[in-house]
Design a protein around this ligand. Structure first.
Ligand SMILES: [Zn+2]
Length: 77
């Protein structure tokens, strides 16, 4: 149960997040999955969205809208 050791190294967190979304990509699940929601997947997406490389990956996996710009806010639509 220690896949997610607390790590201070961003690279480790990024790598963990990357593995998580890739694991879920092919309809896969993880121990945290439950009824269509997965907090680990949610964490991974949030984590990746904070990095340019992660954003690119999310777009490639179609986990986020390609036109979504997290740094841009305040736009109604
Ligand atoms: Zn999961």
């Amino acid at each position: 149960m220690s896949v997610f050791d607390e790590s201070d190294r961003p690279a480790d967190r990024f790598d963990s997040a990357r593995r998580t979304v890739i694991q879920h990509k092919d309809g896969g699940t993880c121990p945290q999955c439950a009824d269509g929601t997965c907090r680990q997947q949610a964490w991974a997406i949030e984590e990746l969205s904070q990095h340019p490389g992660g954003l690119l990956l999310l777009q490639q996996l179609e986990l986020i809208n390609p036109s979504t710009k997290p740094t841009e806010e305040g736009q109604p639509r």
